[in-house]
Every structure is written in C-alpha cells, then in structure tokens.
Design a protein around this ligand. Structure first.
Ligand SMILES: [Zn+2]
Length: 71
C-alpha cells in the first residue's frame, strides 16, 4: 500500500546516525572507540591485550606470501 511522503518521513525521522562514542587510551592517550581495544597500542583496561607490533608483522608477512603466490 502506498504511503504519503509525510508518513515515510515520519518513520525515517528516527533513522539518523548517532555520533560514535569515543574514549581515550589510558596508555598512549589517542582517541579510540569506547569499550574497545586501543588500535594504536593494543591496550584495554590497563593491560596489553594484543601485541600490535607482532600482529602488524604477521599481517605484512601474510600479504607478502600472497603476493608471491599470485606473481
Ligand atoms: Zn593506546
């Protein structure tokens, strides 16, 4: 059934996006999503959760391997 533009607009008035909740890392002070690990240093709740340096190395290693396979 066809709705009027006003009816559609009224429904969509609740569809707006809210601002992302931001927090700051307690270790390095960079902005990060609230309740999430710091993407800069891998810290969450005063301890290291992910070794960011090792994870980055692993990622580049994987990409290198893939590039070698395709070439
Ligand atoms: Zn951090």
């Amino acid at each position: 059934m066809r709705h009027t533009r006003a009816h559609t607009g009224n429904r969509r008035s609740h569809h707006g996006l809210k601002n992302q909740a931001l927090g700051f890392c307690s270790k390095c002070g960079s902005a990060k999503p609230a309740h999430a690990m710091c993407p800069h240093c891998g810290f969450y709740r005063d301890r290291t959760v992910v070794d960011v340096q090792a994870a980055l190395l692993k990622k580049t290693e994987r990409q290198k391997k893939r590039a070698a396979k395709t070439a």
